[in-house]
Each structure stands twice: as structure tokens, then as C-alpha cells.
Design a protein around this ligand. Structure first.
Ligand code: NAD
Ligand code: ZN
Length: 260
């Protein structure tokens, strides 16, 4: 099947589905200029992510971990949603996409305008006190690092889920419930190797549902994907939305013709 044929097939499956859930990863934000973990991170490439995004790393060297987060925050605060994020807003508005479960911590789905978003791994725009749990919203990266809790003066940490940490129970339950209900999972820009997020599409598959995957390369999900669209998220999603809107418009047009 050629590329247009694959887009057409994916779009029709989306239109026929009763309950589509999205799963997104760093790849959807790559075109907003936010580096993925498994790409080349320039000056940070000499560190492994596992040496920075863990509670052990923070205990060992909070300043180094904050330096990395400050660098990431600077990029994220300057980033804007891209055509891929906006296409997901359209799919939600059309009633096709019921919710997005994201592994991203950049907040761009909210910024784009999606209403139902579950941020499994937290949000880099928030800090949390390691002692009293007080939460702080950052409007810009903290000037002095590591930043301190305004209430008890202990250290703040990024309010994200690190490797080796559990996702908050209520969020994980909501995500599992949504994926249990879904008859279609739209999986975008994730390597699928971070658990438990990577397992969510498997629930849909086990229940007899379908998987549509968009990624520039194969992932740990591709083997169970019914449709694999090998392209950038912004391109594939924009084409899907255009196809669906055109089809809905021509249906409306046909209906009005029939009435005459
Ligand atoms: P990942 O870095 O492991 O994988 C990124 C995936 O995106 C890869 O499979 C890659 O092939 C694909 N990709 C790259 N560019 C793409 C594009 N333009 N269109 C479609 N696909 C593209 O990311 P992950 O699977 O999300 O998991 C790693 C962890 O990284 C998550 O826990 C997440 O919190 C964290 N993370 C988040 C951000 C962010 O918030 N933007 C950025 C980096 C890492
Ligand atoms: Zn505190």
C-alpha cells in the first residue's frame, strides 16, 4: 500500500472507532525542537539519562540534576505546540479521540488545547518539595539551582516521575481504565520501552482492538501495530485530520443534496 493508502486506511479506522485513546511520547514534541531521550543531546550526550533522571542521581548531586532540568526547561519554555499537537486537538474536537495519555513532561498537549490529557510522568513546569511535598509552578527556569521550598526551605525537585519511581496511583488507574475501554489506540512518537506506559497499547490488542502507530522508526509497539505509519507525527497527523474533515464535509454535502 502506498503512503496515501495507509493514511486513508488509518483515517477510516479512526472514523469507525467508538473509543480511541492516544499514547504519545517524546517524538511528537521533537518537531517543536524538544530533544528526545534517545537522540543526540549535544552537551548532555556524555551522560546517560539513567544517570540523571533517578532519585539516586538527585541524592548524589542535586545541582547536576537541576542543571540538566534547567537546560531542558529553557528549551521547553520556549517551545510551541506543532502541527501534530494541533491535529490531536482537532481529533478530540471531532469526538474521535477521547483522551491522550502522554509520557511527555512538556505540557504541550494542554497548551495546544486538548481537554483530556493524562500526564503519566508529571510536568517539568512544576517543582515539588522533597520534605513537605509543597508544589511550585515555574513560569521560567529557576535562576538559582537547586531551588528551595518557599515553605520549609528544603530542596525542591522537578515534579516528574523518574526511572525507578512509581506513577501516582490515580493517574495509572485512569490510564489503565481508558485503555481497557478503547477499541483503537493511536500511538505516536514513543519508543515504547518505558514501562508501564509501553504496556498500555497491549491492553487494547488483548481486548481485540486495533493499534495505529506513527513513528519515524520501528519501536517496541510496532510488532502489534495493525497500521504503522512511518513518518513524522506532524505530517502523518495533519494528513489524517485533513482526510477525515474532507470526508465529513462531503458526507454533509451528500446529505444536503439528498434532501433536495
Ligand atoms: P524516547 O525518547 O524513548 O523515544 C522517542 C520516539 O520518538 C522514538 O521512537 C523516535 O523514533 C520517535 N520520533 C522521533 N521523532 C519523531 C517524529 N518527528 N515523529 C514521530 N516519531 C518520532 O521517548 P519516550 O518513548 O517518550 O520515552 C522516554 C521518556 O522520555 C518518557 O518518560 C518522557 O517522560 C521522557 N521525555 C519527555 C520529553 C518531553 O516531554 N518532550 C522529551 C524527552 C524525554
Ligand atoms: Zn517544603
Amino acid at each position: 500500500m502506498d503512503f496515501e493508502g495507509i493514511i486513508e486506511k488509518a483515517s477510516n479506522l479512526l472514523m469507525d472507532s467508538n473509543f480511541t485513546i492516544g499514547l504519545t511520547g517524546a517524538g511528537i514534541s521533537a518537531e517543536s525542537g524538544i530533544p528526545t531521550f534517545r537522540g543526540k543531546n549535544g552537551l548532555w550526550s556524555k551522560f546517560k539519562v539513567e544517570e540523571l533522571a533517578t532519585p539516586e542521581a538527585f541524592n548524589r548531586n542535586p545541582k547536576l540534576v537541576w542543571k540538566w532540568y534547567k537546560w531542558r526547561m529553557e528549551i521547553i519554555f520556549n517551545a510551541r505546540p506543532n502541527a501534530g499537537h494541533y491535529a490531536l486537538v482537532e481529533l478530540e474536537r471531532l469526538g474521535i479521540l477521547k483522551c491522550i495519555v502522554t509520557q511527555n513532561v512538556d505540557g504541550l498537549h494542554h497548551l495546544a488545547g486538548n481537554k483530556c490529557v493524562i500526564e503519566l510522568h508529571g510536568n517539568i513546569r512544576r517543582g515539588r518539595c522533597i520534605k513537605c511535598n509543597y508544589k511550585v509552578i515555574f513560569n521560567e527556569p529557576p535562576e538559582n539551582i537547586p531551588p528551595k521550598c518557599p515553605k520549609c526551605f528544603n530542596l525542591l525537585r522537578p515534579d516528574v516521575v523518574w526511572f525507578g519511581e512509581a506513577i501516582p496511583k490515580n493517574k495509572l488507574e485512569r490510564a489503565f481504565n481508558l485503555f481497557s475501554k478503547a477499541d483503537l489506540a493511536l500511538v505516536i512518537g514513543t519508543s515504547g520501552i518505558v514501562q508501564p506506559a509501553g504496556y498500555l497499547p497491549y491492553i487494547v490488542k488483548e481486548n481485540g482492538g486495533l493499534i495505529i502507530e506513527i513513528n519515524v522508526e520501528k519501536s517496541a509497539i510496532t510488532s502489534i501495530a495493525d497500521i504503522f505509519i512511518k513518518d513524522k507525527a506532524s505530517i502523518a497527523l495533519s494528513k489524517i485530520v485533513k482526510y477525515i474533515k474532507d470526508k465529513l464535509t462531503s458526507k454533509l454535502y451528500d446529505a444536503s443534496e439528498n434532501e433536495l
